[in-house]
Design a protein around this ligand. Structure first.
Ligand code: CU
Length: 150
């Protein structure tokens, strides 16, 4: 409720900003990735998890609609949510990074779920992951597999 009452004010401020800074708005949004790592999993595991910080230094939101890798059969966007004292995972269609903002993929929050590794991946191995955005731009990052951190 408190949030709802603040919303109009927030939008007005946002509009004022958009108006006053309009001339310097750039068309290209830019994505960078920091501290990316994949958590090593037991050999029997058919799923692994990747964490990272996605940074958008551009003035427009970035929506990542696809993630893929030769090292996995598929990659999904997940989020761990806590409901009634239980943690469960929900699947998202995309990852959204607001303009000039960061999205942290971390334990207990949003993450990449990596399915069916093509071979056993151990700490020290590297995996290439390709992201595709809604604007059909793509970015490939190299991610290190590390020992699980609890
Ligand atoms: Cu998951």
């Amino acid at each position: 409720m408190k949030y709802k009452s603040l919303k109009p004010l927030f939008l007005i401020i946002l509009c004022l900003f958009a108006y006053s800074f309009k001339p310097v708005y750039a068309k290209d949004a830019s994505l960078s990735v920091e501290n990316a790592w994949i958590s090593e999993a037991p050999p029997v595991s058919r799923v692994m998890v990747a964490y990272m910080t996605l940074a958008n230094t551009g003035s427009q939101a970035i929506e990542i609609v696809r993630a893929e890798s030769d090292s996995y059969s598929s990659i999904e966007f997940h989020e761990t949510v806590h409901q009634d004292g239980m943690a469960r995972m929900v699947r998202h269609d995309s990852l959204n990074i607001a303009a000039n903002n960061k999205l942290e993929l971390k334990r207990g929050g949003p993450h990449l779920m990596l399915f069916n590794p093509s071979k056993q991946l151990k700490a020290g191995d590297t995996v290439a992951i390709k992201f595709t955005t809604k604007n059909n731009t793509s970015k490939t990052i190299v991610v290190n597999v590390k020992k699980a951190q609890f």
